[in-house]
Each structure stands twice: as C-alpha cells, then as structure tokens.
Write a protein that binds this ligand. Structure first.
Ligand SMILES: NC(=O)c1ccc[n+]([C@@H]2O[C@H](COP(=O)([O-])OP(=O)(O)OC[C@H]3O[C@@H](n4cnc5c(N)ncnc54)[C@H](O)[C@@H]3O)[C@@H](O)[C@H]2O)c1
Length: 484
C-alpha cells in the first residue's frame, strides 16, 4: 500500500526564510523472515542477546532476592517506547508504541547465529559473563539450546594481546585472504538456507579492534578492497572481512564496535550489491547520557566548558580496552559527538577551539565484571560568569543496555531495507540510501551518507526515527505543545 506524506520545511533563499511544501509517497513490502548473525556470538553481548530472546520467546520467569522477574524488552525503542501521534476528539494526546505504527518483525522471531574465535556454548558463555541471574541461566539451560558459534577469523594484530587465550575456535590463517572471505560467505549462505530466511543482518559485536591504517587503492573502492583481500593486505581487519562478506551476500551489515570498519570501499560495495550498512559502536550508557546532557545544556543556552568521563569495568571488553590501541578506537567514538552537538550554537561555540574540553578514561577492574561504573563531570558557564558543575555516577550491567539496542537495530534495519520512497516528481520509487543514517540513535559515532547532515543530539535522532516511521504511514509529525 502507498502512503502519501505532505512535508513542510523552511528553506533559506537569498537570506529569506521561505516555506517549501513537498509531497512524498512511501511504500514498503511485508516483513521478511529475518536472521541475525553476530560476530562475537559467545561474548557478553552475544550470549546475553541469545538468552534475552529465548527468555522472552518462552515467557520465562525467575526468582531473585527481590522477588519474581519476568522476561521483557525494556530499553528497546521498538518494543517499549511510545511516540505522541495526535489528539483524541477530547483534546487529549494519544501515543502509540513504535511497533504499533509500522509493520516490524517481532524480536522473538529473529533467528540467531554467528561466529566467535572462542569455543563456548551458551551455558558456558552466560556463566562466564556473569550478567544474568543464576535461576534464569538454569531455566535457559533447560531449553537445551544447541546453537554454537561458528569458527571465526583471528588476526592477532587487531585486538589486544590479552585476548590470545580465547582464540581456540579459529579458521586457519592470520591475515585477510580470499579463502577467509569465501568461508564467511558460505557460512552466511548456509545459515540463510538452513532457516529459510529472506533477510540476514550481520552485526559486529566482537572484541574492539584497533583502527585500520586507511590508504588509497585499498579501502577507497569496493574493487580495491576485494583486490586487497586477494593479495593478503595486512590493513584489512576481521570486521571489514565480515562487512565485505555480508554485503556480497546482500545482507545488511551493522558495526557495533568503535573501529573504522565502514570505510568508503565497503559503502561502495554495499551500494553495488543494493544492500545497506550502519554503524558505529552501540550507544548504550555513558555516551547516550552524555549526548543528552550536552544537548540539554547547549539547547538551554549554557556554555558547556568541559566533560570529564571516567569508567571502570571488569568484563572481557574492559580487558581488551586496557590495551592502548584498542582504547584509542573507543576514545574516538566516545569523543567525536560532543563537537557536533555544540556546533549548532555559533554564539557560544564560534569555532573548534571553543568546543568543550573532553577527556575519557577507561580502567579495567575485574571484580566489577559487567556492572560498569561511569563517573562524569560536566562544567558549564551559566548566567553572569558563574559555573555549574554536575556530576553523575551510573552503575549498570553493560550488556543489558546493549541487547535491546541490538534487537532494535535488527528490527529497524530490516524495515528500512523494505522501505521505498519517491517525491511527487519522481517516476520510480527508490530505496533509502546505502548508509542507514536513520539508525543514528543507536550508534555513538553515527555514519551518514555523503551530503547528509550528521546530527548527534540524542532527541533529534530519536525524533528523526519517529518521524520517518510516522511519515512512512502518511501521518504528519505531531507537536503535542503547539495548539492555538
Ligand atoms: N556492552 C556494551 O554496552 C557495549 C556498548 C558499545 C559497544 N560495545 C562493543 O561491543 C563489542 C562486544 O562487547 P562485549 O561486552 O560483548 O565483549 P566480549 O569481549 O564479551 O565479547 C566479544 C566476543 O568477540 C569474540 N571475538 C574476538 N575476535 C573475534 C573475531 N575476529 N571473530 C569473531 N569473534 C571474535 C571474543 O572471543 C568474544 O567472545 C565490543 O567491541 C564493545 O566495545 C559494547
């Protein structure tokens, strides 16, 4: 079914603000049977994702010292959050869940699989990650879920040396090669065929890698990446190998890690293969909060002068990040968004030199396990030269923030891959552009298409997604406060 959406936008023409009206038509196809292959299947995120989907599918309840708990999807935008849609006849505002507006796949229908360099079953990975309550683990174990991680590629240079003990489930070879690419593509084909899937999302949730040193003739076009793989180039990371294999198989590729996997050549290959990519780095706790705080202070007209962030965590992600090169990837994805948010206010922040000072520290403290601690201090200049200092302290199981985001990413990216749009003057419908920038709410350092505006303020990102969903159904964007 085709829906028509009337869009009204203010445009600056010769220094005059002019109202432009546009008409768009949207159509989508029915939801596809969808699977998700996780790179890093036996890690904390991978195993907690498997357990969460199983627990919801089987409606599992478990006992804790605080009473009985039941499986849910709290923290998932698609399942638990609402959008203001319009007014009832009585002038009250009515809200709908995201999943009530468009036709999305259900989280419990997502078929999971994936790769890991570490041989461990779900029982063992849940036990080692120490995220879920033991009674819940026992109930999940009694379901006898046999899904094992497939062996993976391991290029030791890209992750910390302290990860080498985990590499006991690997495909022989320690650098990029055609055989590795072929093997990953075969794994995807077999997964798709085994579960009779129409759509596969390949999601990187493996150990954070160091940045690749990018060079012309290697990472800039699809053709060059393929040649670099065939000639065993050493600056092709495992995550890029998964990205290339995924898009060649016409799967959606999403990067939940902070490293520079989504290079121009990968976008080029995805475009040629009419599929999609999205990234980078799941935006779960501290960075989400920081984006919201920076937006709150800047949009209130305060001059944010510094953000000092400190984390400690004790999971395997923390162990890997205790190594300098991998930490640098994380530091970059955590830092880049601040300048982008404050730069909208040219009076407070006229140039980059005036941007808030921003410092990020991550420490590995094994005994806190997955219950990451984040301490942040924000100093902003307020009225008449005074200062406001806000400090926050957050304790949270990291993986249980990541899992709902991983689920949303599969649900929304599958929907976006079906969505088509055309303006009034276009003859043919077209798919969304290759980089799924509308997923930016879920990523710390969101990728955009060439020519698109990068926007890191959290509620812009949320409203953008909500508005895309509403407009795809021909519904107008609703402002609950505007009434005359
Ligand atoms: N949990 C969060 O809140 C969060 C937020 C943002 C980003 N991330 C990112 O998500 C990723 C996973 O986090 P985690 O806590 O699950 O880490 P983890 O260390 O528990 O899991 C990572 C898994 O990847 C596996 N692995 C390493 N190299 C691999 C390869 N080449 N192929 C396949 N598997 C490989 C490891 O053996 C491990 O099981 C990290 O990059 C992390 O920075 C996590």
């Amino acid at each position: 079914m085709i829906h028509t959406y009337k869009h009204i936008e203010n445009v600056l023409v010769n220094d005059n603000i002019v109202v432009q009206k546009k008409t768009y038509h949207f159509k989508d196809a029915p939801p596809k049977k969808t699977g998700c292959m996780i790179v890093g299947f036996s890690g904390n995120n991978g195993s907690t994702l498997q357990a969460t989907i199983l627990a919801n599918k089987h409606n599992i309840s478990w006992e804790t010292k605080h009473g009985q708990k039941t499986a849910n999807f709290l923290g998932s935008l698609s399942q638990s959050a609402v959008i203001p849609v319009g007014r009832t006849g009585k002038n009250d505002i009515f809200y709908k869940h995201f999943h009530e507006i468009a036709d999305f796949i259900k989280p419990t229908d997502i078929v999971l699989g994936g790769w890991d360099i570490y041989k461990n079953d779900l029982k063992g990975s849940m036990k080692e990650s120490e995220v879920l309550h033991i009674d819940l683990q026992n109930k999940i174990n009694s379901l006898n879920n046999q899904t094992q991680a497939l062996p993976s590629i391991y290029y030791p240079d890209f992750i910390a040396k302290n990860q080498s003990d985990r590499a006991n489930n690997i495909i022989p070879g320690n650098h990029a090669c055609q055989e590795h690419l072929q093997k990953i593509r075969t794994d995807i084909k077999e997964f798709k065929a085994k579960h009779n899937l129409d759509c596969v999302v390949v999601m990187f949730s493996a150990t954070t890698e160091k940045y690749m040193k990018l060079s012309k003739g290697v990472h800039d076009t699809g053709e060059n990446i393929i040649r670099a793989i065939q000639t065993n180039h050493l600056e092709i990371s495992p995550s890029l190998m998964f990205g290339v294999a995924a898009v060649l198989e016409k799967c959606i590729f999403l990067n939940g890690g902070p490293q520079n996997t989504i290079v121009p050549g990968l976008i080029d290959l995805a475009k040629i293969n009419k599929t999609f990519v999205g990234g980078n780095d799941f935006k779960t706790g501290q960075t989400k909060f920081k984006a919201m705080m920076t937006d709150f202070l800047t949009s209130s007209g305060f001059k944010l002068n510094s953000i000092v962030s400190y984390n400690h965590l004790g999971n395997n992600d923390g162990l890997n990040l205790s190594s300098e090169e991998q930490f640098k990837s994380k530091e970059k994805s955590k830092s880049d968004l601040i300048g982008n948010i404050v730069s909208s206010n040219k009076t407070l922040f006229p140039d980059e030199k005036s941007f808030p000072a921003h410092s990020v520290t991550i420490k590995y403290v094994p005994n806190v396990k997955d219950d990451k601690r984040a301490v942040d201090e924000y100093i902003a200049e307020i009225c008449m030269g005074a200062e406001q200092t806000i400090s926050t302290y957050n304790i949270c199981p990291d993986s249980l923030l990541a899992v709902p985001i991983m689920i949303d990413l599969v649900i929304f990216s599958e929907w976006m891959s079906r969505l088509q749009v055309k303006s009034k003057n276009e003859l043919e419908f077209r798919h969304l552009p290759t980089v799924l920038s509308h997923l930016s709410f879920f990523f710390k350092a969101a990728c955009v298409n060439k020519g698109e505006v990068e926007q890191n303020a959290l509620f812009y990102q949320r409203n953008n997604l909500a508005q895309l969903i509403l407009s795809s159904k021909g519904l107008t964007v609703f402002n609950p406060l505007l009434k005359f």
